[in-house]
Write a protein that binds this ligand. Structure first.
Ligand code: NAP
Length: 288
């Protein structure tokens, strides 16, 4: 298969690049924002015409959750216009499209934790509580409308070797400050770049399309996550559990955003526990 990766400067885009470099059977081109702005239809046309990919993996997105509260236009350009242009270009040329979305499409009310104790299934009603989530939800809708056969993969609390993420922040915070305060009233599940790529590849190879939740097994708070990171990194620092009101943010976050992976598992794909993903990534980050 010939892959085109968009957003190649980002956490997931760089992970895809690493993965494809280690699978020499697949051809690929990975383009960062300067090389392919997904909001520029002319550049998309040029790249698609010259490279002729079989599949386009769209990891490009506007991901500044707090800034999105004020930067509506930028968020909608990156998360709605760009995906729409890509989906239209893929539809015209018979190219398969993978588009990533987020757990933030859900309202994340704590009462939903009782209703969806295995996590939100794909068909659960959406109702984002912030502008980032609203723009990503609108992006899902334009992609499906332009290309009903697109694979839309929602992920949550994403962590990988590249870019910024929670694991890196906790390790850095522990080393710099010798103690941590971490939010213990928001529940969800971390997902790890290598597993997200493996799950995406499985769905592509088994020719599944439509909406899927990818990720890991379990349901934890950021505090639970931080405790494990500190344990695996062998950093002996105290961690205090606090409410999210201790760290006010521009954008509201869901209190519960665990994604159920039952639909993915029903395809035959196994899903790792979050502890396995965490342990592997912490060890890789320490070695890096
Ligand atoms: N990170 C998470 O915890 C998380 C959670 C749930 C879902 N997701 C979703 O997972 C996907 C990958 O996220 P990530 O963590 O890899 O994000 P990321 O590290 O912020 O990477 C996104 C990349 O897209 C680029 N980009 C933005 N606008 C673009 C445009 N118009 N054209 C081309 N490239 C553009 C960004 O470039 P600049 O840096 O120059 O803006 C950045 O390199 C996204 O769809 C995101 O919404 C992420």
């Amino acid at each position: 298969m010939k892959f085109l990766i968009t957003g190649a400067g980002g956490q997931l885009g760089r992970g895809w690049q690493r993965s494809l470099e280690s699978h020499p059977i697949d051809e690929f081109i990975a383009l960062n924002r300067q090389e392919l702005d997904i909001c520029n239809s002319e550049t998309i046309r040029k790249v698609f015409t010259e490279y002729k990919p079989d599949v386009c993996i769209n990891t490009a997105a506007y991901t500044h959750v707090d800034k999105a509260e004020k930067e509506h236009d930028e968020a909608y350009r990156g998360n709605v216009l760009g995906p729409q242009l890509l989906a239209e270009a893929c539809a015209q040329r018979g190219i398969r499209l993978v588009h990533y979305s987020t757990d933030y499409v859900f309202s994340g009310k704590l009462s939903d934790r009782e209703i969806y104790n295995n996590g939100y299934p794909e068909e659960a009603p959406t109702n984002p509580v912030n502008q980032y989530g609203a723009s990503k939800l609108a992006g899902e809708k334009v992609v499906v409308s332009a290309l009903p056969s697109a694979l839309i993969a929602r992920v949550s609390w994403l962590c990988g070797l590249d870019g910024n993420n929670f694991i890196k922040s906790i390790i850095h915070g522990a080393k710099s400050f010798g103690q941590l305060k971490v939010v213990n009233d928001q529940f969800g599940i971390p997902s790890f770049v290598p597993y997200i790529i493996e799950q995406t590849r499985f769905l592509l190879h088994s020719r599944n399309s439509g909406l899927y939740h990818l990720g890991s097994k379990g349901c934890i708070t950021w505090y639970d996550f931080a405790k494990k990171i500190i344990e695996y990194a062998q950093l002996n620092v105290p961690i205090e559990a606090v409410d999210c009101s201790t760290f006010p943010t521009q954008a509201q976050r869901p209190y519960f955003s665990k994604l159920s992976t039952s639909k993915l598992e029903a395809t035959g794909m196994s899903v790792p526990s979050w502890e396995i993903g965490c342990k592997t990534l912490v060890s890789d980050l320490i070695k890096a």
